[in-house]
Write a protein that binds this ligand. Structure first.
Ligand SMILES: C[S@@+](CC[C@H](N)C(=O)[O-])C[C@H]1O[C@@H](n2cnc3c(N)ncnc32)[C@H](O)[C@@H]1O
Length: 310
């Protein structure tokens, strides 16, 4: 099962309490959701969403006792979760968690196509019935776009050469085939990392449109927090962390209207930063769970909309 990352730090950040209302937008194996349910007993409630129907099915079995009573599960993308919460009347919220990336369950399942260690169809969709799988994306992209995806999302060295090799080898229908094509041309920054790691990461981000969803989702999530409510976001990729950092910074500054520049109304800050630097896992956690290695947690608190209030 997926081991939740920065578990104690997330609980410390959200401080779940009885009677509280929480949204977990990335249910995964349900470890954080379960922690929030326990910490907010006896009557705190959690709405947990995930794009992956398998995650929802697995957790609805595992946390059966809490279902209907204190836990609601629904399949949704991150940027759709605020609308789901609103349609269920589950607003305003006391706490929101976003824990991005892949779960160990997804990685372990060959048929999902996320892992180059297991041969399976080159799919990589979080939602298996929506959008294009990775093999189809490669099929429809030109070399230039593929180079851009590898360079920007994967920081792949010699991105152009790798993209050309992938393009030449099309159709690439399986994870094993992609791994072999990449291994033939790519170099990595470190001997310990297989060159396919970054290529797989880049394609996954593109397939699921992950950066756009994060950028568009965050302001909507902030909107449904009650004053004093907190949002905690765990990222595993520098581009994701930059989006969180910039959104939190922007939302924690008062925007001043500039007469004559068509800027519209002044917008008071909606957030207060709880930690200025991201929280990193301890050495002990990384030793226990190497997946935590690159995790960064940022936390912010909703304020009234006027500086000092809330
Ligand atoms: C790292 S796991 C979450 C683990 C979870 N916190 C736990 O304790 O088990 C990330 C989960 O979020 C989902 N996910 C990632 N990005 C998403 C997005 N943009 N929209 C919806 N779900 C997303 C994935 O399907 C995966 O199940």
């Amino acid at each position: 099962m997926h081991v939740p990352v920065l578990f104690d730090e997330v609980m410390q950040a959200l401080q779940p309490r009885s009677g509280g209302r929480y949204l977990d937008c990335t249910l995964g194996g349900g470890g954080h959701t379960e922690g929030i349910l326990n910490a907010s007993a006896p009557d705190g409630r959690v709405l947990a969403t995930d794009a992956d129907a398998d995650a929802i099915a697995r957790v609805s079995e595992r946390l059966r006792d809490a279902l209907n009573n204190r836990l609601t599960l629904q399949q949704a993308w991150l940027d759709e979760a605020p609308a789901v919460a609103q349609s269920l009347g589950f607003v305003p919220l006391d706490g929101i968690l976003v824990d991005l990336g892949l779960s160990s369950d997804q990685l372990a399942s060959a048929e999902r196509g996320f892992s180059f260690m297991r041969d399976g169809p080159l799919d990589m969709r979080f939602n298996r019935v929506q959008g294009e799988p990775a093999w189809a994306l490669i099929e429809h992209m030109d070399v230039q776009s593929l180079t851009k995806v590898l360079r920007e999302y994967g920081e792949v060295r010699n991105a152009r050469r790798v993209a050309e090799a992938i393009w030449q080898a099309r159709p690439i229908m399986t994870t094993g085939r992609l791994r072999d094509v990449v291994a033939g041309v790519a170099r990595t920054r470190s001997d310990r990392i297989h060159p396919a790691t970054q290529v797989f990461q880049a394609l996954r981000i593109a397939v699921n449109d992950e950066l756009r969803r994060l950028k568009e989702g965050l302001p909507k999530l902030i909107e449904i927090l009650r004053p004093g409510g907190r949002i905690a976001v765990i990222t595993f990729h520098s581009l994701e962390d930059r989006i969180v950092k910039e959104t939190f910074r922007r939302e924690s500054r008062d925007e001043v209207a500039q007469p004559g520049f068509g800027m519209g109304e002044a917008r008071p800050a909606r957030l207060r930063l709880v930690n200025k630097q991201p929280i990193r896992p301890s050495a002990a956690e990384v030793a226990r769970n190497p997946r935590a290695r690159s995790a960064k947690l940022r936390v912010a608190e909703r304020v009234m909309g006027e500086r000092g209030e809330g």
